[in-house]
Design a protein around this ligand. Sequence first.
Ligand SMILES: NC(=O)c1ccc[n+]([C@@H]2O[C@H](COP(=O)([O-])OP(=O)(O)OC[C@H]3O[C@@H](n4cnc5c(N)ncnc54)[C@H](O)[C@@H]3O)[C@@H](O)[C@H]2O)c1
Length: 354
Amino acid sequence: MPIILSREHLCRILAMTEAIQALEDGFREYSRGHCFVPVRMPVRIEKANGIFLFMPAYLKKEDSFGTKMISVFPENLKKGISTLQSVYLLNDPMPGELLALMDGIFLTAIRTGAASAVATKYLARENSEVLGMIGTGAQAPFQAEGVCAVRPIKTILIFDRVDEIAKKFSKTNSPRLRVPIEVMRSTHEVVVKSDILVTVTTSIQPVFDGHDLKPGTHINAVGAYTPEMRELDDVTVRRARIVVDTYEGCLAEAGDLLIPMKAGRISKESIHADLGEIVLGKKPCSTEEDEITLFESVGFALEDLVTARLAYHRAKESGTRFEFSFTHPSGKHQVTEEVGKGIKLDPAHAVRTA
Ligand SMILES: NC(=O)c1ccc[n+]([C@@H]2O[C@H](COP(=O)([O-])OP(=O)(O)OC[C@H]3O[C@@H](n4cnc5c(N)ncnc54)[C@H](O)[C@@H]3O)[C@@H](O)[C@H]2O)c1
């Protein structure tokens, strides 16, 4: 019988460390050619300035298939409705049966944090202690948690253009991560001290000056997922060894790379590797201590699939789920049973919806 996993269920059963392992294995399989993942399909709803994105993925070895549907409607903010809505469908590819339907917002946030963690594990210096973050919205807690899981972070420095959002992030996440979090007054103050830098904003312009980067900094650039969006300037991309989540995705969508490419500042050849090639050891990580490394992330359907599979197995083991059937005699869709009680949402993981 298919199961439903709500945000609360996922929050309870998905651990960041396990998600990181699942993504690392997933990227390895991708690089071995064991997956089929088409570039996501956008459908624009122009009158509402919105977009639906469809993201299927098939992992051959594990025989797993799943599809994420995510919508982004920025104008919803004015109406107090969620700007992001998402659902994930996990199927058994052999008989094609539906296995699970789950909240795609939490899934997206944890897998995006885990992807940055995998990149950080392979590309950042071992002794990185200061994490800088620009943008402290819904994705940021997961980005911080992912980086802290793979490097001995002692301090987190943050900046958000809305000071209140940064202060709230600090108050909620400092005790959770057991790391002091300092709110800075400018991106400059964050960047000059950071060993690892995460940019996770909705910006359409560079959010810091690339001259400010310390030699040896590792950057996870997460926010710019369309050709028009941009968090990094030309100096940063020219200084960095660039690793992308996927070539296809970044060459279709990453404004951070496409804008300087169009201006002739970098070329396709400036991309050193994709993350799968790094994880599988097909290409070297970084050769010098002083080298700046950049992980450019626009999102990849395989990340959702491996995380959804993990959630499904954990839900089955732990009994944390709703079960439902499409074939109730009344003809109505019905939740037949709630398995697992006492679900409580960790406030730091309460993905802001509007
Ligand atoms: N790469 C991926 O796989 C992936 C996955 C999920 C989301 N995203 C993208 O990441 C971005 C952030 O997502 P979110 O859900 O956290 O959004 P959000 O709206 O919750 O948070 C964004 C934060 O960035 C801040 N901000 C915007 N411009 C800024 C600037 N110039 N300087 C400093 N702060 C600035 C905002 O004040 C806000 O707090 C979005 O563009 C989203 O689409 C990428």
